[in-house]
Write a protein that binds this ligand. Structure first.
Ligand SMILES: NC(=O)C1=CN([C@@H]2O[C@H](COP(=O)(O)OP(=O)(O)OC[C@H]3O[C@@H](n4cnc5c(N)ncnc54)[C@H](O)[C@@H]3O)[C@@H](O)[C@H]2O)C=CC1
Ligand SMILES: NCC(=O)COP(=O)(O)O
Length: 332
């Protein structure tokens, strides 16, 4: 068994604290231990809590209590009303989790959702976890975002930028490096020996022979040619409107998409509840539920689960464990 997984705070005014409690309720008897880096004041009225100093301590207490590594909020927490005064606690929990994972003391990092604009208002310079984690791990620029569900895996080449900027920054080189990282990640963390990659086009009908755009011939096809020459099993550019259909999806292991929503809309439409966000290209394991902070349904933490569906967090915890298992296999 690997070390316990670290679950980060997430935005305290979102559904993260409730999900931490719900996940513990669901896993305490039969699941792998995890610990939450959050404010115990938000949860100790509703579930037994043990404050821990180091990840290993989570193992012996997990059946009886939620293990919490305390990260206290400087400002009052009002569910549904995020406050950037609490951003330092949110960021601190991510930094601590990554540090523990880098030392091998935590088996991986599972992040609860953060609201990017709330952290940005406090001066946080990263567009999301993905880029922040790469910086903390000393590998900026090597990170890629993969969303994985039982039905589909997708990787956007451009991530947290406007659509206009995504089109301006898309290059043959970025498609190649993203595809390579996805390929290695599927081998290393998912145990797929020879991953099949499907590269999406950008324009309607993948450009329709240049009638509806030229990026397929100028940017995407050259990337596919390079990847094929390296021996990767790659197809594309594929028409984006049909490649996510039920008949085409089973023919590939991951879709390499040109921009955020080209990737995330089909994934979340098919499987918001079971989708997991994975960062590949890091030395540590990182997964996350695919949804956000859901401020609209956040309320005071309760012992019984309410409107917030914990399925995606459970899937993220499970996948982190499976990825750790695959990495352990590397050394055995
Ligand atoms: N990994 C992360 O940290 C992510 C953070 N976000 C952040 O979340 C914030 C809100 O984003 P939205 O676009 O509103 O997306 P959202 O996923 O928070 O909410 C979209 C809709 O889905 C519902 N929903 C989300 N998760 C749910 C759950 N577990 N159970 C039941 N219903 C659920 C919400 O109530 C809402 O109606 C943004 O500031 C964004 O930056 C968004 C996606 C991922
Ligand atoms: N849309 C996905 C998302 O916002 C998650 O981003 P990150 O915080 O995991 O980088």
């Amino acid at each position: 068994m690997s070390a316990p997984v670290a679950l980060t705070f997430g935005d305290p005014a979102g559904i993260g604290p409730q999900l931490a409690v719900d996940a513990w309720q669901r896993l305490k008897m039969t699941g792998e231990p995890f610990f939450w880096l959050g404010d115990p004041a938000l949860v100790e009225q509703v579930v037994p809590v043990t404050l821990i100093e180091k990840p290993d301590d989570a193992v012996s207490v997990f059946r009886q209590s939620l293990p919490v590594m305390a990260v206290r909020c400087p400002a009052a927490v009002v569910p549904g009303q995020p406050d950037s005064l609490n951003a330092p606690a949110v960021i601190d929990s991510i930094e601590q989790a990554v540090s523990l994972a880098k030392q091998g003391l935590a088996g991986g990092v599972v992040t609860n959702p953060i609201a990017k604009h709330v952290l940005a208002a406090a001066g946080f310079p990263y567009p999301g976890h993905t880029e922040f984690l790469a910086a903390l791990c000393g590998v900026p620029g090597q990170e890629i975002m993969m969303l994985a569900s039982p039905h589909l895996r997708v990787v956007p080449v451009t991530i947290h930028v406007s659509l206009r900027r995504a089109l301006d920054t898309l290059t043959t080189e970025s498609i190649i490096s993203t595809a390579r990282t996805a390929y290695r990640g599927l081998q290393r963390d998912f145990g797929i020996a020879a991953p099949r990659l499907a590269v999406a086009g950008l324009n309607p009908h993948a450009g329709e022979q240049g009638l509806m755009g030229t990026e397929e011939t100028t940017l995407i096809q050259p990337a596919v040619d390079v990847l094929r020459a390296e021996g990767l099993n790659v197809r594309g550019p594929m028409p984006p409107d049909t490649m996510f259909s039920a008949t085409v999806r089973p023919t590939y292991d991951v879709a390499i998409c040109m921009y955020h929503d080209q990737a995330l809309i089909p994934l979340k439409t098919l499987d918001m509840a079971e989708g997991v966000n994975v960062t590949l290209g890091l030395p540590i394991i990182r997964t996350s539920p695919d949804h956000g902070t859901a401020f609209d349904i956040a309320g005071p933490v309760r012992a019984e689960s309410g409107r917030a569906d914990v399925s995606s967090l459970l899937a993220a915890l499970r996948l982190a464990g499976e990825m750790a298992h695959h990495r352990q296999g590397e050394h055995s």
